[in-house]
Design a protein around this ligand. Sequence first.
Ligand code: NAD
Length: 444
Amino acid sequence: MERRQFTQLSGAALAGSLLANNALADTLAPKKQRVAMVGTGHRGLGMWGMPVLAEFGSQLEFVGLCDINPGRVATGKKMLGVSCPTYTDFDKMMKETKPDILIVTTVDATHNEFIVKGMEYGADIVTEKPMTTDEKKCQQILDAEKRTGRKVKVTFNYRYSPHRQKLYELLRSGVIGKVEAADFHWYLDVYHGADYFRRWHRLRQNSGSLLVHKATHHFDLMNWWLESDPQEVFAYGSLDFYGKNNDFRSTNCRPCPHKDKCKFYFDMTKDKRLMALYADNEKYDGYLRDGCVWKEDIDIFDKMAVQIKYANNVQVSYSLTTHSPYEGYRIAFNGTKGRLEAWIKERQPWEEEAFDEIQLTTNFGKREIIRIPNNEEGHGGGDVRLRKQIFAGDGKDPWRQAAGTRDGAMACLVGIAARHSIDSGKPVKIGDLTSLKPSGTRGV
Ligand SMILES: NC(=O)c1ccc[n+]([C@@H]2O[C@H](COP(=O)([O-])OP(=O)(O)OC[C@H]3O[C@@H](n4cnc5c(N)ncnc54)[C@H](O)[C@@H]3O)[C@@H](O)[C@H]2O)c1
């Protein structure tokens, strides 16, 4: 055989064997999970897009991105640096891309549509909180999960921060005995709190009010800490600061003639990301990210007080303030053997502390201060831990942080019940809202 012929033959054989090896490697390599996202806004990209690709890019791939705003979905694709197709038609995306996992990060009141359809198309769901905004939509989700056999994960990232885990541990340890009552007061400040009144959240039809959009985090924490379902809710709420309660207003901040005198003027032109995601795409849907906090169409409450009776007989007093000088919360659990309390400052106009404190006082005993470092990025490192549990979990869940539809429902139902109570002036029973019946043990 001539040398040239041999080289050709052995080259072909080598290529053949390489191809066979590649094919074998492809077959042996674990298949990447196919992930699609609906709602490519701030949270979708910032929590479930960029970081998920950076942390788990070797084991999953984005196969489709969908948003009602064609400009935002195109911007989102660029920001993620992915090559998958983009869609404004959700059904088309699901039919063409057949994802294993659908991430739902749209406006709250639309979650149910994508959760239900997503499962019907055969995907498991990872949805942002609140799971949904009213009891009918909640029931649709519960029914669809049963009917399809798919699974929904509700991403309660607040459960994963170190000091909240520590509170969970201390409560389970029995140091304060049986919990009888709790006080929980959350303060949104004049920056973050005000931002809800600028955006789509300002309308009940989108957010279900802050009792659902925001307080779903807080009610979920309480349900989780107490290991009980809520049973009955009574609430007051009013809009006495934002919205119509001012003598000047505009459509939004950029063209506002009152910039100089308005304390709530927000200059989004300084934020390149916000400009690229929202301002550059206003032409498609007219959505103004820097809407005026004094707009007269605002119909959510800016102060809320809620009483909750739990199935295990714990009584909770909760309030939500939306124009506080600092951001944070106070919480206290009163038990038969003592009291556990914390005053957490998440943002403040005075010097930051590198730790959170929990105060434990036993009846006829002593006070102990427990300090927990709070310097990890992203909700005290909670966001990273949550993503790891969802995309690379080993099934272990020592703090019972993973949440499904029952937890998602129980959290949003407290806010939904509170909203109904404010409207009707009457207490509302959680068991009257959906097929879920409150349990005082939640299986513990
Ligand atoms: N867990 C947390 O700490 C946390 C923080 C922020 C937001 N969130 C949640 O994330 C979700 C998204 O919030 P965001 O701040 O990113 O809002 P956003 O306005 O930035 O993004 C929402 C996106 O959904 C799109 N959208 C709206 N209706 C749609 C529809 N019918 N079909 C397809 N797309 C649609 C919008 O165009 C927008 O791009 C909300 O449910 C919110 O409650 C959770």
